[in-house]
Design a protein around this ligand. Sequence first.
Ligand SMILES: *Cc1c(COP(=O)(O)O)cnc(C)c1O
Ligand code: SF4
Length: 354
Amino acid sequence: MSGKPQTLRHAADLARAGLVDVAQVPDLERVAARYAVAVPPALADLIDRSDPLDPIARQFIPQTEELDQRPEELLDPIGDGAHSPVEGIVHRYPDRVLLKAVHTCPVYCRFCFRREVVGPGGMGSLTANELESALAYIAAHPAIWEVILTGGDPLILSPRRLSEISKRLAAMDHVKVLRLHTRVPVAQPELIDEELLAALKESGKAVYIALHANHAREFSKSARLACARILESGIAMVSQTVLLRGVNDDPDTLATLMRTFVENQIKPYYLHHPDLAPGTSHFRLTIEEGLAIVGALRGRLSGLCQPTYVLDIPGGYGKVPIDSHYVVRRLDGSYKVTDPEGRDHRYPPRRPTR
Ligand SMILES: *Cc1c(COP(=O)(O)O)cnc(C)c1O
Ligand code: SF4
């Protein structure tokens, strides 16, 4: 065996690495048989083994709570299936599609909203024919302005395969933007190299990378360098975070995370309310709790650091912002506007009376 650290994929591997108790192995093997496990070296290194509440461990180390499935939970929590005209495409909004070329990830998040389809036991990657049909669908729909590569994690595709997709998109004039949702810059930063970035740029589109990170400690030195390489190549970055109990469900932790994004030139984009994915009730908060946490960021943090807190409506009805309570229409046609300190104001203001 070489000494090169490997991704941990079994409960026994996690025990050998000191990340779980040996006594837990049989139970955790049952979890791993249901939902894929992968903890790459870059993330295993970040876990504080002396802290039973470590927010990195909580995101990636399987827990027996995952076997507790609740009646309100859904196998397809955001309704991808309702909008999939061909394999690998989700077309819910007229101007953009998801292209899911691959269903594996460098790490498996325990709260994943696509946990039923990602992983080695999931749907697998698109075959060459399926990818062909998916690309033909995009080519045949001139209203598609943006292609969003997601999955799975598109940045684990080889530069050669990314370059093939890029070249095909380059020939579609109506597609102006290529966006990739990924965890690779924090989970496997060594994959972000010149060859991979060059492959994305072959698309000739405006390229955006949406980085999924949930805690500031995910920004190791190598993760920061990977982000810097992306930005230096001319690709813009935005963020994506899931609000999770025990990981980032307090204003200080979230504030530090949002500032860390901005310090790394990543514009905070979405903060997702956790989806009703199976076996994830231990991560879930109520919307009321979420609003209290997000409300505490308003007024306290730079506007650059403010994400939009969104709910993906179960059933495939799309994402909506959930902080709209700041502005409420009144019966007389005016609006009640709430400021960051919770004080209400009328808009438009009444004329000052003398
Ligand atoms: C989230 C999502 C998108 C992207 O939505 P944005 O608001 O543009 O980030 C597109 N299609 C589907 C099906 C989605 O779930
Ligand atoms: S990286 Fe994304 S798709 Fe993959 S397991 Fe995590 S949340 Fe799910």
